[in-house]
Ligand binder design. Structure first.
Ligand SMILES: [Zn+2]
Ligand SMILES: [Zn+2]
Length: 270
C-alpha cells in the first residue's frame, strides 16, 4: 500500500524565525527558512472495492503549538489517530485544536485515539485535565482517548512500530511505518533500535544545529546515523535558526537533505 508523508513543521521548539532574532536565517527571504514546530502527517487510501480507492486515512505524529495553522495549510479534514513522540511543549500544545476534527471523526467511528507512552500520558492528563479527567464536564472538550503506545500499533491497515530513542536523559519514541521512519528530538539511538531501521526508503532524523546540544543531535551526528541506516533518502528536521536551508543543503552528502514545511514524499506503507 502506498501513501505519502508531509512535513507539517520542521523547526525546533522556538520555531524559525525565532522571536526577537535578526540573524541571516531569521530574516531570510527564502520560504524554506520559515519553520513551524515539528510534526509529520502520514496519509493513505485504504484499498476499496475493485480498482476504486477506499477512504482516506490520516495519522499525525505530534500536535505542536502550530497544529491549527498546519492543518489549515494542508487542508486537513480528518485525523484518524495521533502518535506522540514525547510530552515537550513543541510536540503537544496543539492537542486542543483537534477538537473540530474530533467531532467529525467521533460521529463516524468514535473518539480519535491518541497513542502515548506512560510519560506522555501523565503529562497530557495533567495539562488537559478538562479533557481527560473522569470528572470533566466541559461539553465541547475534544472527542479523543488516550491509548497506551505499544511496540506495534495498526491503524487502518498500516503498522506503526515504536522505535525507542534517547532525548537527553529521556527515552522517547520514534516511529517506523512501512519503508519510512520518523525520529525527532534524538540525541542518541540505542543499538537495539537500529535493527528496526533496516530496509528503509525514507528516514527522517532531527538535526538541530552544528554546535553540540545535550538533548539534540548535530547535523554531523545525524549524517553519521544516516550513513549507518543507509535509507534511500534521509531528510533532516527539528532545525534551529543556525542552519540556513540552501547553505546547509550544499554541504550535505547526496542522499541527505534538509526537509522543509510542506514537503510531501511518496512512501510505501505496507
Ligand atoms: Zn522538540
Ligand atoms: Zn535567528
Amino acid at each position: 500500500m502506498r501513501g505519502e508523508l508531509t512535513f507539517l513543521g520542521t523547526g525546533t521548539s522556538m520555531g524559525v524565525p525565532t522571536l526577537g532574532c535578526r540573524c541571516a536565517v531569521c530574516t531570510s527571504p527564502d520560504p524554506h527558512d520559515r519553520r513551524l514546530r515539528p510534526s509529520l502527517l502520514v496519509r493513505w487510501h485504504e484499498p476499496g472495492p475493485g480498482q476504486d480507492a477506499g477512504p482516506e486515512r490520516v495519522v499525525v505524529i505530534d500536535t505542536g503549538p502550530d497544529f491549527r495553522e498546519q492543518a489549515l495549510r494542508t487542508g486537513l479534514g480528518r485525523v484518524d489517530a495521533v502518535f506522540y513522540t514525547h510530552s515537550h511543549a513543541d510536540h503537544i500544545l496543539g492537542l486542543d485544536d483537534l477538537r473540530p476534527l474530533s467531532y467529525i471523526v467521533n460521529r463516524e467511528s468514535g473518539p480519535i485515539p491518541l497513542y502515548a507512552s506512560p510519560e506522555s500520558t501523565e503529562v497530557l492528563e495533567r495539562i488537559y485535565s478538562y479533557t481527560f479527567s473522569p470528572d470533566a464536564t466541559y461539553p465541547m472538550r475534544a472527542k479523543v482517548k488516550l491509548e497506551p503506545l505499544e511496540d506495534r500499533t495498526a491503524v487502518h491497515g498500516v503498522e506503526f512500530v515504536r522505535v525507542p530513542v534517547l532525548h537527553g536523559q529521556l527515552e522517547i519514541s520514534g516511529f517506523r511505518f512501512g519503508r519510512a521512519a520518523y525520529l525527532t528530538d534524538v540525541s542518541d539511538i540505542p543499538e537495539s533500535s537500529f535493527a528496526l531501521l533496516e530496509g528503509l526508503d525514507v528516514v527522517v532524523l532531527s538535526a538541530l544545529r552544528h554546535n553540540p546540544h545535550p538533548s539534540h543531535a548535530t547535523v554531523e551526528q545525524a549524517v553519521r546515523w544516516a550513513e549507518r541506516i543507509g535509507a534511500g533518502q534521509t531528510w533532516l528536521t527539528h532545525i534551529a535558526h543556525g542552519l540556513g536551508h540552501e547553505q546547509t543543503n550544499q554541504m550535505l552528502p547526496k542522499s541527505i537533505a534538509m526537509a522543509y514545511d510542506g514537503l510531501t514524499l511518496p512512501v510505501v506503507l505496507a
